[in-house]
Design a protein around this ligand. Structure first.
Ligand code: GLV
Ligand code: MN
Ligand code: MN
Length: 418
C-alpha cells in the first residue's frame, strides 16, 4: 500500500482552522464553546461529511466521525485530538491530530484500502483547562474519570455553568451517555506536536510515546487583611499577596529539588483583590499545575506543599485554602501500538525515538478504556502554547503518513493490542 498525503490541502486546512480565533493572526485563541470554537466545529463537521464519515456528537460535544469498516461488528480503532486553544496560543497544538487524522483517512481511502475494523476520528471537547479549570474534559468523561454530577457543578470564571454553556453550543443531551464502555476501541492513536525540544534538537522525525505524565491541578485561595498602602505599617500587615509570593517560591524550590527533572510546577494565574495600586491585597487566588511521571514523587511534593501552607498561614496570620481540581495518574502506552508505529518508521527509514510525553493529552484518559499510543512530531525550538508555535508542512506530513499506516495496521489486526 503506497500512500500519498495531500500536503498542500492539509496546510491550507490548518490555516483555515487557525482563522477561527477570537484574536487576530498569528494568535490563536479558541476557548471551548466560544463562537470561534462553535464555528470551527461546524466547518470541521462539513469536512468529515465530505470525506464520507458518519458523524455523531455526544452530550459534552465530543465529536465522532466514523469510516465504517467491512466488519462493523468489530470494535473500532480510534484516532483524534482537540481543537480548543488556550489564550494566545499557536495553530498546531491538537489541530494536527484532528486535521492530520482526517488527511490520514482520506489518504487511505484514495489508496483503495478498506479497513476491517471501523476507524473513528474523535474531536475531544476542551482538552485545555482554560474555561472550566480542568483539562481533558471530554476524554475524562468518556473514560468515566469525571462523573456527570461533578461535571454539572463546573462553572467558568463568569459563573456560567457547564450545562448552560454546552446547551447554548447545541449539546443538551444526558451527560450519563458520554461514558464509553471499556473495550469500545480496540486501539487508539493520537498524533500531536511534541511541545518540547527533544525531537527538534536531535533532528529526529518521529517520537514514539511510551508514557504520558499526569497533572494535578489546584485552586489556591489566600485571605489576609486589606488596608491603606501608606498607613498600615509592615509589622501589622497580613498581606495576602506576600503570602502567595512566599508560597510560590517554596513551590518552585520543592519542584526543583524533587530529585527528578520530570517534576514541574506552574502558577499560571494570580488574581489580586481589590487590585488597586495603593491597597494591600486582602485576597489572592492562584492556580497551581503540578506534574510528574512518578505518582509517589508528586504526592510527596504535595505533602510538603500542604505543610508549607500551614506554616505560612500561621506565621503570617492568613488563611490558605487549597482546592484540588484533579490529580490524575500517568499512563503507559500500548506495546502493540508502539511497535506498529516503530515498524512503519522503519519501513520508510524515518528516524524515530521512544519518549515520555511531558504534556498531557486526551490519550491519557482514553488509555483507561483502550490500548492507546501517541505519535509526536517536532515543533520548532520546542515552543508551544505560544503564537510562534511551528511545525513544518513536511514534518506534519511525515507524522500523518506514520499515523495512516499505523491505523491501517491496527484496523486489520485480529487481536486486541495490549
Ligand atoms: C496540555 O495542553 C497540557 O497543558 O499539557
Ligand atoms: Mn495545549
Ligand atoms: Mn494538545
Amino acid at each position: 500500500m503506497e500512500l500519498h498525503i495531500d500536503q498542500p490541502r492539509l496546510e491550507d486546512e490548518l490555516d483555515q482552522l487557525a482563522a477561527f480565533s477570537s484574536e487576530a493572526a498569528p494568535v490563536v485563541t479558541r476557548i471551548v464553546f466560544s463562537p470561534a470554537d462553535r464555528q470551527a466545529r461546524t466547518w470541521l463537521k462539513a469536512l468529515f461529511a465530505e470525506a464520507g464519515l458518519s458523524v455523531r456528537e455526544d452530550a459534552i460535544g465530543n465529536t465522532f466521525a466514523r469510516w465504517v469498516g467491512s466488519d462493523p461488528q468489530l470494535s473500532p480503532v480510534g484516532t483524534g485530538s482537540h481543537i480548543d486553544a488556550i489564550p494566545n496560543a499557536g495553530k498546531y497544538d491538537g489541530t494536527v491530530g484532528v486535521l492530520g487524522a482526517l488527511e490520514a483517512l482520506r489518504a487511505l481511502q484514495r489508496s483503495g484500502f478498506r479497513p476491517k475494523r471501523s476507524i473513528e476520528l474523535l474531536l475531544f471537547t476542551a482538552e485545555e483547562p482554560t474555561r472550566f479549570g480542568i483539562g481533558c474534559l471530554g476524554s475524562r468523561m468518556l473514560a468515566g474519570s469525571l462523573s456527570p454530577g461533578a461535571a454539572s457543578e463546573l462553572r467558568d470564571a463568569e459563573g456560567a455553568s457547564l450545562d448552560s454553556l454546552r446547551g447554548e453550543a447545541g449539546f443538551s443531551g444526558d451527560l450519563e451517555q458520554v461514558l464509553l464502555p471499556s473495550g469500545y476501541y480496540s486501539a487508539f492513536v493520537e498524533l500531536h506536536i511534541e511541545q518540547g525540544p527533544i525531537l527538534d534538537t536531535e533532528g529526529t522525525a518521529i517520537g514514539i510515546v511510551t508514557s504520558i505524565a499526569a497533572p494535578a491541578s489546584f485552586n489556591i485561595a489566600i485571605e489576609g487583611q486589606g488596608g491603606h498602602a501608606g498607613t498600615v505599617l509592615m509589622a501589622d500587615r497580613k498581606d495576602a499577596f506576600m503570602a502567595a509570593a512566599e508560597l510560590a517560591t517554596i513551590i518552585e524550590r520543592l519542584a526543583r529539588s524533587s530529585g527528578a527533572v520530570d517534576t514541574v510546577a506552574t502558577i499560571g494565574k494570580c488574581d489580586l483583590f481589590p487590585g488597586a495600586v495603593n491597597s494591600i491585597p486582602s485576597k489572592v487566588k492562584l492556580t497551581l499545575d503540578l506534574r510528574d511521571t512518578d505518582l509517589a514523587r508528586r504526592d510527596l511534593l504535595l505533602e510538603s506543599l500542604y505543610s508549607a501552607c500551614r506554616e505560612i498561614g500561621e506565621r503570617r496570620g492568613v488563611a490558605i485554602e487549597i482546592n484540588q481540581l484533579n490529580a490524575d495518574s500517568p499512563a503507559e502506552c500500548s506495546a502493540v501500538i508502539i511497535s506498529a508505529i516503530r515498524r512503519s518508521c522503519e519501513r520508510h527509514q524515518i528516524s524515530s525515538r521512544s519518549m515520555v510525553s511531558r504534556a498531557y493529552h486526551d490519550s491519557l484518559f482514553v488509555s483507561r478504556i483502550a490500548p492507546a499510543g501517541m505519535i509526536f512530531i517536532p515543533c520548532r525550538d520546542g515552543i508551544s502554547h505560544r503564537p510562534d508555535e511551528y511545525s513544518s508542512a513536511e514534518q506534519i506530513t511525515t507524522g500523518v503518513l506514520i499515523l495512516a499506516e499505523t491505523l491501517a495496521h491496527l484496523a486489520n489486526a485480529t487481536e486486541y493490542p495490549a
